[in-house]
Design a protein around this ligand. Structure first.
Ligand code: HMG
Length: 397
């Protein structure tokens, strides 16, 4: 029998916004104890978009270094996962396709299922590569997590984008079979078309997440999955970083292992570094956890790790990946650390002002001030169209 061709993540990088609101600053205005933010939910700050940043600019900024490094000739598909859609019809990835100057002979599609859609995109991409290993797929996941002001979810906001280049014989990790799947119609978190913020039943969402973990784990095991002891680490979707602790404890319990809080803390520590400071980035969140783990000191060469993806509503998947020899040579660790440290801290008043700004809904022309230091920006709107530009190389509209 021919051994299965390894297919998976060949390059992986993220971008976030240029502004940041710390939880110290938030606590001064909400009156919540800072310990609740830092320890209760495990968040220290949240990325906030400048006026000329959105899901398209973040995704293009995340993808640009991947294109710089690998070129664009082999990319035949661009899959864009988001739940912060900017248009009901047109895929956000088409703007990115133009900004990056990708080949016109490319398929571009947007995928939605809350935070889960990036994992669906990853699996679809792997299937495409298995059918034609000469091509590559660019998977983008980009979101801005916004909750009502003063709501329990407000402290878990954030924003970020992931770019993953999916290919045969990947440099970073290969995606394994089987995986465990679970879908259940549950109203834990949803956003009707007429709302800019979601409706959330917080407690229910935490329970639904843990139930989905149980179900995907059982499905994974029934399909011949590995025992828990063979997984070197597990990355969880992180709506807030403490959720990873809760999830890990839950999984250990399912596997019949009792572990102390210190052991749980140690097990997930490497996966939470980026999410603690960026906040929830919905579709990108699990892959930020993965990036955080890969960028950490832990040597993962030839190790198998678990990934748990959850999207409210709900769909979940438990999958595993095997880390490749020499994977560190393919990482963008320094760029990731700089993306976080170079953000400009803003005051609570600036945060509220940014939250109150809205794009015209009557087709009126708007020129946005140049605020972002990123390579791509939203320059304005005109006749109901968003106008994007590449800053280092202006692209024709
Ligand atoms: P809340 O009411 O603000 O917080 O809501 P709480 O009172 O439950 O406290 C949170 C934790 O802080 C608790 O710990 C407290 O004990 C602790 P726990 O019991 O959970 O271990 N705490 C303190 N700790 C130290 N010092 C203190 C202190 N005070 C309290 N002084 C909630 C929390 C998660 C419900 C809220 O943030 C929320 O509604 N978030 C949005 C929904 C969400 O993130 N759900 C998670 C699962 S659903 C999901 O992951 C999908 C999602 O990403 C969307 C998608 O798929 O698209 C959200």
């Amino acid at each position: 029998m021919t051994p299965e061709l390894p297919v998976g993540i060949h390059d992986l990088t993220f971008s976030t916004t240029s502004l940041v609101l710390t939880h110290e600053e938030l606590a001064r205005h909400t009156g919540a104890p800072l310990a609740k933010y830092h320890h209760g939910i495990g968040q220290r700050s949240m990325s906030i978009p400048a006026v000329d940043e959105d899901i398209v600019t973040m995704a293009a900024n995340a993808a640009a270094p991947v294109i710089d490094r690998h070129g664009k000739d082999r990319i035949r598909t661009l899959l864009f996962a988001t739940e912060t859609g900017i248009d009901q019809s047109k895929a956000a990835g088409i703007y990115v396709h133009r900004l990056l100057g990708l080949n016109p002979h490319t398929r571009v599609v947007e995928l939605k299922q809350a935070c889960y859609a990036a994992t669906a995109a990853l699996q679809l991409a792997c299937a495409l590569i298995r059918s034609d290993p000469t091509q590559q797929v660019l998977v983008l996941a980009s979101d801005i997590a916004r909750y009502d002001i003063g709501s329990p979810g407000e402290a878990t906001q954030g924003a970020g984008a992931i770019a993953m280049l999916i290919a045969a014989n990947p440099a970073i990790l290969s995606i394994n079979t089987p995986s465990g799947l679970y879908t259940r119609d549950v109203m834990d978190f949803w956003r009707p078309n007429y709302r800019t913020t979601p409706l959330v039943n917080g407690r229910r969402s935490v329970d639904a997440y843990l139930e989905a973990l149980t179900q995907t784990w059982h499905d994974y095991k029934e399909r011949g999955g590995l025992p828990l002891e063979e997984l070197r680490a597990i990355c969880y979707h992180q709506p807030f970083s403490r959720m990873a602790h809760k999830a890990h404890q839950h999984l250990m319990h399912l596997a019949g292992t009792h572990q102390t809080a210190e052991i749980i803390e140690h097990a997930v520590a490497g996966t939470t570094t980026y999410n603690e400071t960026i906040g929830n980035s919905y579709t990108a969140s699990l892959y930020l956890a993965l990036t955080s783990l890969l960028d950490s000191e832990t040597n993962l060469e030839e190790e198998t790790i678990g990934l748990f993806s959850y999207g409210s509503g709900s769909v979940a998947e438990f999958l595993t990946a095997t880390i490749q020899t020499g994977y560190r040579n393919a990482l963008h660790t320094e760029r990731h650390r700089t993306a976080i440290t170079q953000r400009t801290p803003i005051t609570y008043d600036t945060y509220r002002e940014l939250r109150s700004q809205k794009l015209p809904t009557d087709g009126e022309a708007l020129h946005l001030p140049h605020q972002t230091p990123g390579r791509h920006r939203l320059a304005g709107t005109h006749t109901h169209q968003r106008l994007y530009e590449a800053v280092d190389k202006r692209c024709p509209q």
